[in-house]
Design a protein around this ligand. Structure first.
Ligand code: OSB
Ligand code: MG
Length: 369
């Protein structure tokens, strides 16, 4: 397909409630929407780099720079046979996975639409409904946490993940377990601890947690393998996994029992599929993480999570859990049984609400061959 035109939009969307984690508090989410045009078709993607370099070193500004100067130049005016060909052309660019994933996602949508198949089908999805969970930020007290979780359970969510940080961990897990002894519960530390905290994680073994996500350094694989040997609960890596090679290192070192896949963190769907397939062959479950995406990124997440080895519920929640108004229609909803429907229409399977998109756009720029 001849890549005729690409438009980048810096968007800023206000969250329905502040999202508090060990990394800080987010009030709104800034991402980049990528629009690719070819032969009358339009592909959409979302780059999940945030305004701040607190989760990843990438930011909206670094991603824009990399896309504009290095990624778009490789594909604009070119005749591509697949999204993978674009990924291959970006090989010289080290890192900057989120920038790559944003452009790649728009290409996947474009190619799926050209073949008149859903993105799920193109990615090799095997389900038309996926199990979903919700990621709950740090709350002001245990009582508030219990109430917030109760609300999400009532909406149908199949599993709850709570953010933890030093001083906001054991007590809060205990309070939740007392109230909800049998729910699927997991925790995410976003690298707030060190290996010296091993005794604290040993204490967590008694709470039947599904997993403990990224307790140690954001690029660490080694100390996680030491911690995993000391506890029974499976560790799950998020921040540390940027490629198939990282996944292989983590599996061989037994640094975790489970991997969280976010296409943005690993450079896109092409790499996500490699990690998914490798983990499947190792007998290691994966689940789909989230970056507070708008409906555009969410659609891609839902499609990817329809693959067979995504056996644990993802951080893929309804549009309204994040934003008052989404930029796609129909917006994403959770079914009473805790599942979400996988769009079946061509490409991402939802329409972009351009009027709403314009409302949240801070700055935009188009690139032609
Ligand atoms: O660590 O999984 C994380 C959001 C932004 C950055 C990092 C993370 C998260 C979440 C939210 O946990 C998941 C979601 O999109 O629902
Ligand atoms: Mg995480």
């Amino acid at each position: 397909m001849l890549i005729e035109n690409i438009t980048l939009r810096h968007i800023k969307m206000e969250l329905v409630s502040p999202f508090v984690t060990s990394m800080g508090t987010e009030y709104d989410e800034e991402h980049i929407i990528v629009e690719v045009k070819s032969g009358g078709l339009t592909g959409w993607g979302e780059c999940v780099a945030e305004a701040t370099p607190f989760y990843s070193y990438e930011t909206v500004k670094t991603a824009w720079h990399i896309m504009e100067e290095f990624l778009i130049r490789e594909v604009i005016g070119k005749n591509l046979n697949s999204p993978g060909e674009a990924v291959e052309s970006w090989k010289r660019v080290r890192g900057h996975m989120m920038a790559k994933a944003g452009v790649e996602a728009a290409l996947w949508d474009l190619f799926a639409k050209a073949q008149n198949i859903s993105l799920s089908q193109m990615l090799g999805g095997v389900r038309n409904k996926i199990d979903v969970g919700v990621s709950v930020g740090i709350q002001e007290s245990e009582a508030v946490l219990v109430r917030v979780v109760e609300g999400y359970l009532a909406e149908g969510y199949k599993r709850i993940k709570i953010k933890i940080s030093p001083g906001y961990d054991i007590r809060h897990i205990k309070a939740l377990r007392k109230e909800f002894p049998d729910i699927m519960l997991q925790v995410d530390a976003n690298s707030a601890y060190t290996i010296d905290d091993a005794p604290l994680f040993r204490e967590m073994d008694e709470f039947k947690l599904l997993l403990i996500e990224q307790p140690l350094g954001y690029d660490d694989i080694f100390d996680h393998s030491k911690l995993q040997k000391e506890i029974r609960t499976p560790l799950c890596l998020d921040e540390s996994i940027h490629s198939l090679e990282d996944a292989r290192a983590a599996a061989e070192l037994k640094s975790c029992g489970i991997i969280n896949i976010k296409p943005g963190r690993v450079g896109g769907f092409t790499e996500s599929i490699k990690i998914h397939d490798y983990c499947r062959d190792q007998g290691m479950p994966v689940w789909h993480g989230g970056m507070l995406e708008s409906g555009i990124g969410r659609a891609g997440n839902v499609a990817l999570a329809s693959k067979e080895n995504f056996t644990l519920p993802g951080d893929i929640s309804a549009s309204k859990r994040y934003y008052k108004e989404d930029i796609v229609y129909p917006e994403f909803t959770v079914n009473p049984d805790g599942t979400m429907d996988v769009p079946q229409l061509p490409g991402i399977g939802v329409e972009v609400d351009v009027k709403q998109l314009n409302k949240v756009t801070v700055y935009q720029k188009s690139y032609n061959a």
